[in-house]
Design a protein around this ligand. Structure first.
Ligand code: KIV
Length: 277
């Protein structure tokens, strides 16, 4: 049986159907090899525009381009076969008009083969989300702290800590659900607000810094592996790979300098020539 036939990839409707059911497990990936590992454990892999900071050392996600997202989206699709892969739409590729959003999203889907796109924004993006979903593009929405609006928000600040501020966030959640998003990422909001939104809308909420009340969770892989120099309070470090990599590179450097690496087991000898009889 072909690989395709025995392992069906999850779709946006499969994730949508998980509302109120088993929690949706999601992480980010930008590479084929990490995607292959995540694919064994995750329902949803996000090729996040956080790659700007994680892979490229940028200060924010603002400079990330569509070409960068497509290149890494292709790598993640090659590395995975089970999880739904969603690719983030970078800043400037979708906000000008719903037509601009459609052309950018169609390019992402054609060139990567991914099953969905993600975009930031609630009520203000509802018309665009409806336009895309009616034209065959599954949309994962993203509300709460939206990193592409960092300059307008004035920093990476937790949202909704005062119940008198909740109205716009609830309206955002309602708007993206009504517009046809199959799920919504809620970032860095106070737990009671995340709970209220999760109760109020029919699509799954996927939390990042939004407490366990959400229908699923997502983290940036490098943050939870302990590879990012700084990580927000909501990240649990499941490993501490930074120091482990440092130790491995230090050992390699020392062995190269001492000529202890490569050892005889890493060296190619000449072909053995059979002795003449
Ligand atoms: O870009 C990203 O990695 C994201 C997640 C943090 C949700 O948007």
């Amino acid at each position: 049986m072909s690989k395709q036939a025995d392992q069906k990839r999850l779709t946006a409707p499969d994730i949508r159907a998980r509302k109120g059911g088993a929690p949706i497990v999601s992480l980010t990936s930008y590479h084929a090899h990490t995607a292959a590992v995540l694919d064994r454990h995750c329902d949803l892999i996000l090729v996040g525009d956080s790659l700007g900071m994680v892979m490229h050392g940028l200060e924010s996600t603002i400079p990330v381009t569509l070409d960068m997202m497509i290149l890494q989206g292709k790598a993640v699709m090659r590395g995975s076969s089970h999880a739904l892969v969603a690719v983030d739409m970078p800043f400037g590729s979708y906000e000008a008009s719903r037509e601009q959003a459609f052309l950018s999203a169609a390019r992402v889907m054609k060139e990567t083969g991914c099953g969905a796109i993600k975009l930031e924004g609630g009520s203000r993006m509802a018309d665009t989300i409806a336009f895309l979903t009616q034209r065959g593009i599954p949309v994962l929405a993203h509300i709460g702290l939206t990193p592409q609006s960092i300059n307008a928000l004035g920093g990476f600040k937790t949202q909704g800590r005062d119940p008198s501020d909740w109205g716009p966030f609830e309206a955002d959640a309602r708007a993206v659900a009504d517009a046809g998003a199959f799920a919504v990422v809620i970032e860095a909001v106070a737990e009671p607000l995340a709970a209220k939104i999760t109760r109020e809308i029919e699509i799954p909420t996927i939390g990042i810094g939004a407490s366990p009340v959400c229908d699923g969770q997502i983290l940036v892989l490098e943050d939870m592996l302990g590879l990012s120099p700084r990580a927000p309070k909501f990240v649990k470090r499941y490993s501490d790979l930074g120091p482990a990599i440092d130790r491995a590179v230090a050992a390699y450097a020392a062995e190269v300098r001492e000529r202890a690496f490569p050892g005889p087991e890493h060296v190619y000898a000449l072909k053995k020539v059979p002795a003449k009889s």
